[in-house]
Write a new protein. Structure first.
Length: 129
């Protein structure tokens, strides 16, 4: 009985002997699990389980210029760092644009400040929470 296992994405054999051996060991371990657990009760002697593991990871993309267009670690970044000044500016802007009158409505969620509104209790007006 043949079984063809087609691996998913981001599977590479590596460039060092240790990395290549690690992939071979993973394939061997997976094949053994198929033989003993996955298909052990289905394939009885004298039938033989034949497992194929086509490797297509070597056909993945090779980017030109060795990723030279990506910024290096010393480049200024805008985004995930928490910026207290920007949080204050967003809070004050939200409050002055018809939002809450207090400055306590901004909350941190992850790395950015958010302004949340919920419907008022008895009418369709929005109340800050």
């Amino acid at each position: 009985m043949p079984l063809v296992f087609v691996h998913g994405v981001n599977v590479r054999e590596g460039t060092t002997d240790d990395a290549k051996k690690a992939l071979v060991d993973q394939v061997d371990a997976r094949d053994q699990l198929f033989r003993t657990i996955g298909l052990g009760g289905l394939v009885q002697p004298p039938a033989r389980l034949h497992i194929e593991n086509p490797y297509w990871g070597g056909y993945g993309v090779t980017l030109s210029s060795n990723l030279a267009s990506l910024p290096d670690p010393g480049t200024e970044k805008f985004g995930p760092a928490v910026d207290d000044v920007m949080t204050q500016v967003l809070t004050e802007t939200a409050a002055s644009s018809g939002g809450c009158s207090d400055g306590d409505h901004a909350r941190r969620r992850g790395d950015r400040a958010t302004h949340t509104r919920s419907p008022g209790p008895a009418d369709d007006t929005a109340a800050c929470r």
